[in-house]
Design a protein around this ligand. Sequence first.
Ligand code: ADP
Ligand code: MG
Length: 442
Amino acid sequence: MNRHSLESSLKRSLAITVEDIHELVGNFHHDMKAGLGGKLSSLKMLPTFVDKPSGKEKGSFLALDFGGTNFRVLHVNLDGRGSARITHADKFVIPKAVMHGTGVQLFNFIAGSIRKFIEENLIGFEDKRKLGFTFSFPMKQTTVASGTLINWTKGFSATGVVGRDVVIRLKDSLKRCGLHHIDVAALANDTVGTMAAGSYKHPDCDVGIIFGTGTNACYREKRANITKLAKTMQRSGHMVINIEWGNFDKLPFTLYDERLDKSTNNPGRQRMEKMISGMYLGEVARLILSDLMRNKFIFAKSGGRFSKGDFKSRHMSMIEADRSRNLTKVKEYLEGVGILNTSLEERCLLKEICMMVSQRAARISAAAISAVISWMDPQLGSDHTIAIDGTLYEKYPDFRKTILATLKEIYGVKSKRLKLVIAKEGSGIGVAIVAAVAASQR
Ligand code: ADP
Ligand code: MG
């Protein structure tokens, strides 16, 4: 095979065609329905026991954002007139040992960080302080302030947490740290916080999405459609559903996707996440690249290699952002990792691989967005704002542009009805809002 036929065969296997999109949407609807009915489905469709906020929420809240690369503690003020403001925020790196240790260690780490945050920022506590807990993993909730972890994702594996109520765990650790005055008022997925934050500014916001370490989405569902809820709960009104879309598994996989999946600690799970999100994009590209290197199609004269985990989505970002004629940034990067004497043609091929992988991610994302929208609004008769949070979406060149272009392919001019907005700090501010909504429901 020569380079040209190789490139076109790669392109073919990574392409997401219009037919693929139609098939994906149909399968997505099938799994949404099954999930809402409590049947076996790749989409868990988790009830959150909260609806969107009114904007009248008021007060000061602590917010935890836990579920990915960093762990954050925030203090948020809601003014009761639709405005939310972060007064203090600290970031803590989660040590690997804590990610993979025991549940008690994990929650003690969280509680200890909150204690530090309170002391360092001199946050006084005259009264009980309400806390919103963003926990970005699949959990089964029966109220807005409780939930059991269904399974870990994104590489986490702390023992003794799956199947347990994470709020009880957090409360125990808070007590151990002497933080008796903190009341855990709400537990929410980061998508739910993102949608809440988006709703504050955009009343027609009814979808929240994360494109970060992982990917997931939530949307506003009629309670009557959530047939797995108790009959009394189904009567009227709406509830936000956490789709857990990262686990969707009816997709055109390539052999690289299969290889990647097998190398993770959760094989067979989070298959869509593994094609889209920041934790995995680099690895998909690396597997393709390694194949080409082994066959001497690229960097044959250069030496060096990429081992598992060496090539990250931020490297892809940097490569795609290099618009120089000689791809000088790419050259410098390659030299930095010991791949020397590359030709421009090789660097172009590397960039091309990154583009194929990231465009596939963005097109699958757009297909999933259109599946959620067409589930809620089959004729696209109303405007919808989609609130998005996550570094991948914010920083990856053209990720947003490709999603918008694909939505236009799907909907034509009607795609103007869909607004994609960044809900920066969605998972931080948002969960404070959810805590306020929960407090007002009580
Ligand atoms: P989280 O999802 O963990 O809450 P973020 O939304 O900040 O946090 O996403 C972090 C992820 O974004 C990282 O794991 C990494 O995969 C990805 N990432 C970081 N920087 C970049 C970048 N410049 N371009 C693309 N992806 C990035
Ligand atoms: Mg986040």
